[in-house]
Design a protein around this ligand. Structure first.
Ligand code: 13P
Ligand code: SF4
Length: 326
């Protein structure tokens, strides 16, 4: 079986009950399925664990299973592989990239670091393994503030690749980190004007926004946080209505956990597209997941030399997070 297309394109008999077969194969192979909140709903429902990027890394680091199927994007698969070099890490469609990670090519980031000697390098986990290997510590949107604050105030820091998250962390920590000029194509698209319009329609609604959104969107937010933080806020809040400015996949878990609340996806600038969906995340489908488990392909590979250098800043992130009770 080849994976030239980046996924196993084997025919599936129409009589196959995909969900049942995925569960059967998973048990047979002692595989564990991890899924990010932005995955398609049917994949989220089948996963053994669902979480934000920090939780997925933490679970991968601890899990006792020979096979991890990472239903998310490539950088999440690479992080799991770097943490578990002896496990087979599979991803249903290896084409699941990330526009934010792509906005920071390792060669250019290395030159940027060289131009600014004396800086420690803090990188968002949404990066290639090569960029991670150039970093002193990794962060996710859940722990970025606390990890940045763990550096002495006078320490000079470079932050990459997300300028919106970097600006947000600078504003809440009073730091002046040098920022790489990258962004996520989904989070950059949310429209301030349309959110203001929605607020008029739903005056009681609270605005939830991921820190990858533009500053003008974050200024409208009642809560800024990672996918997990936004979910927790919705669960714990006494409010009943929320406008959600992050990838719309998270709304599935929000609705499951808060049956009596109303979640409204924030619109993008261009109302003709489903721009609040991450096309990379949505490349993974039930069919690809089934074939991935069946043939144990495609497998995430990270060159050992890169993995060795990238492991240190990821482990540093996990250790700091654990020490902070995250
Ligand atoms: P979280 O770390 O909040 O899950 O975000 C991941 C991501 O890709 C955001 O676009
Ligand atoms: Fe990357 Fe944006 Fe998709 Fe998250 S939503 S995986 S940052 S492209």
């Amino acid at each position: 079986m080849n994976v030239d297309k980046g996924y196993v394109d084997a025919p599936i008999d129409s009589s196959v009950d995909l969900k049942k077969e995925i569960v059967r194969l998973k048990h047979e192979k002692k595989a564990v399925i991890l899924a990010h909140y932005y995955q398609k709903e049917d994949i989220q429902d089948l996963a053994d664990y669902i979480g934000d990027s920090l939780a997925l890394a933490q679970i991968a680091a601890k899990i006792d299973a020979p096979i991890i199927v990472l239903c998310g994007v490539n950088f999440m698969g690479e992080t799991a592989k770097i943490l578990c070099p002896d496990k087979k890490v599979l991803i249903p469609d290896i084409n699941a990239g990330c526009s934010l990670a792509d906005s920071c090519p390792a060669d250019d980031f290395e030159k940027f670091i060289e131009k600014h000697p004396g800086h420690k390098v803090v990188s968002y986990v949404n990066t290639s393994a090569e960029v991670k290997a150039l970093s002193d510590v990794l962060v996710t949107s859940t722990n970025a503030k606390l990890i940045v604050e763990s550096f002495p105030k006078e320490e000079k820091l470079i932050f990459g690749p997300d300028r919106n998250l970097g600006n947000y962390i600078n504003s809440v920590t009073g730091r002046n980190m040098l920022l790489w000029d990258g962004a996520c194509h989904v989070h950059e698209q949310f429209s301030v004007e349309k959110i203001i319009e929605l607020k008029k329609q739903y005056p009681e609604a609270k605005v939830l926004a991921h820190p990858e959104c533009k500053k003008t969107v974050l200024m409208l937010a009642d809560k800024v946080g990672s996918t997990a933080a936004l979910l927790n806020f919705a669960v714990e809040s006494r409010e009943k209505e929320f406008i959600v400015a992050t990838e719309s996949g998270i709304i599935h878990e929000m609705r499951k956990k808060c049956k009596d609340k109303n979640f409204i996806p924030a619109p993008a600038e261009d109302s003709t597209c489903a721009c609040n969906e991450c096309s990379f995340m949505k490349l993974n489908t039930l069919e690809k997941l089934y074939n991935c488990l069946r043939y144990e392909m495609p497998e995430v590979q990270v060159k050992e030399e890169i993995a060795e250098r990238a492991r240190r800043p990821i482990i540093r992130m996990l250790e700091i997070s654990e020490s902070l009770g995250m």
